[in-house]
Design a protein. Structure first.
Ligand SMILES: Nc1nc2c(ncn2[C@@H]2O[C@H](COP(=O)(O)OP(=O)(O)OP(=O)(O)O)[C@@H](O)[C@H]2O)c(=O)[nH]1
Ligand SMILES: C[S@@+](CC[C@H](N)C(=O)[O-])C[C@H]1O[C@@H](n2cnc3c(N)ncnc32)[C@H](O)[C@@H]1O
Ligand code: SF4
Ligand code: SF4
Length: 352
């Protein structure tokens, strides 16, 4: 038994039915999409407690024996990139830097997936001490989450007074030789008034800023559409200090829409996951820290590769399970549907 239903009934797809799947190697789904971008969560633990993501007390700990080991992660990344058509791998969590063996994970993956970009999404706490080692291990890119450059506000939003460490992490990332450093900021009514200051700081630091619409993935289930700041609200605020000119999307499955700031070349991006959803071009597949495949952020249906691996499954058997999970991927998050139910797991537990 490898399909794990982690809670609510499956209402937006047909679980387990793969009889109509074409016999192709890639991770295709019923809507004609092909998953090329693998996001691997490696832990549920975190050094911060962002209010839009984690509960104050943190997430329930995953027992150590249920976490994928370095070798298991490397094996699955090797299969995804070597046999299933995945072209980019991103490590996330929880906070990936909490795992002391992140360097070993990156090193192992860079050996089994030569030429495939390996990225990390991180809060950057402690990154200043590890950026160079991660780059040496084969990490290509880093995206850093930073919602405000105001120390008090940062401490309120994250429930931790760690802005100094994050800023040091951003600078270390810039000096470590990664191909790009991007900053992600979640849009909230509380952060809107500091948005122009954050953009100013990113322009000075020459890092690319993207704002993200808040999704109903907070552990406290307090998200409300009426409180959410839509992309347009941000554009209005930034427009009072900067001249913004919309540019073409680099590629249709890239979630960020970008604007030139004051004529460029610097840009600011907006990931409008809620008001301008990009689900129809989605190219993502996910592994949770416990080794289940999750085809969509919002789907509670998961397929357990860890149990299969530990039960002696061959690479071919793992590939069949993974392909089947993706074939049943939903059309999209369905946030606008009248019967929308947020997923049981929060962003930090899925791997954002
Ligand atoms: N709707 C939706 N939003 C996502 C998904 N994955 C990530 N996000 C959101 O997009 C934000 C940015 O994600 P990142 O981890 O930086 O990854 P990315 O934007 O794909 O990275 P790049 O390749 O650098 O563009 C996250 O903070 C999430 O809020 C997804 O599968 N669906
Ligand atoms: C869950 S975090 C994991 C990686 C790392 N701890 C970090 O914060 O970058 C990944 C991304 O999800 C985003 N995120 C978390 N909760 C979110 C929510 N409710 N809506 C939109 N984005 C969210 C964070 O801002 C971050 O950029
Ligand atoms: S967004 Fe990232 S840093 Fe913030 S609580 Fe979630 S996992 Fe931790
Ligand atoms: S919500 Fe699901 S379908 Fe939409 S972009 Fe995210 S992972 Fe893809």
């Amino acid at each position: 038994m490898t399909a794990v239903n982690v809670g609510i009934p499956l209402v937006r797809g047909r679980a387990d039915d793969t009889s109509d799947r074409p016999d192709v190697p890639d991770l295709v789904d019923r809507f004609g999409r092909v998953a090329r971008d693998l996001r691997v969560s490696i832990t549920e633990k975190c050094s911060l407690r962002c209010t839009y993501c984690m509960p104050e007390e943190g997430l329930p700990a995953i027992p150590r024996e249920q976490l994928l080991t370095v070798d298991e992660i490397v094996r699955l990344v090797g299969i995804a990139t070597g046999r299933l058509g995945v072209r980019e791998v991103r490590f996330t969590g929880g906070e990936p830097l909490v795992r002391r063996d992140l360097e070993a994970i990156i090193e192992g993956c860079s050996k089994v997936a030569p030429g495939i970009p390996l990225a990390v999404t991180t809060n950057a706490v402690g990154l200043e001490h590890r950026a160079h080692a991660l780059a040496r291990a084969g990490l290509s890119r880093v995206n850093i989450s930073l919602d405000t450059i105001d120390r008090e506000h940062f401490a309120e939003l994250t429930r931790r007074d760690r802005l100094g460490s994050v800023l040091a992490g951003v600078r270390a990332a810039k000096n470590a030789g990664f191909s790009r450093v991007k900053i992600n900021a979640v849009l909230m009514p509380e952060t809107l008034h500091g948005a122009a200051d954050l953009l100013e700081w990113c322009l000075d630091e020459q890092v690319e800023l993207r704002f993200i619409e808040q999704m109903p993935l907070d552990a406290d289930h307090e998200w409300a559409r009426s409180r959410m700041v839509p992309a347009q609200g941000l554009l209005d605020v930034l427009g009072t200090r900067f001249t913004l000119t919309e540019t073409e999307r680099e590629d249709p499955s890239a979630p960020a829409e970008r604007w030139l700031v004051d004529g460029g070349p610097a840009t600011v991006g907006i990931i409008a996951s809620v008001t301008r959803s990009f689900c129809s071009d989605c190219d993502r597949t996910r592994l949770t820290a416990e080794g289940t495949v999750r085809s969509c952020l919002f789907s509670d249906q998961e397929t357990d590769l860890r149990a299969a691996m530990r039960g002696g499954a061959t690479d071919d058997e793992l590939m069949d399970l993974w392909r089947g999970a993706m074939w049943n991927k939903w059309a999209g998050h369905g946030i606008d549907a009248a019967d929308f139910v947020p997923p049981q797991r929060s962003m930090g537990a899925i791997g954002g």
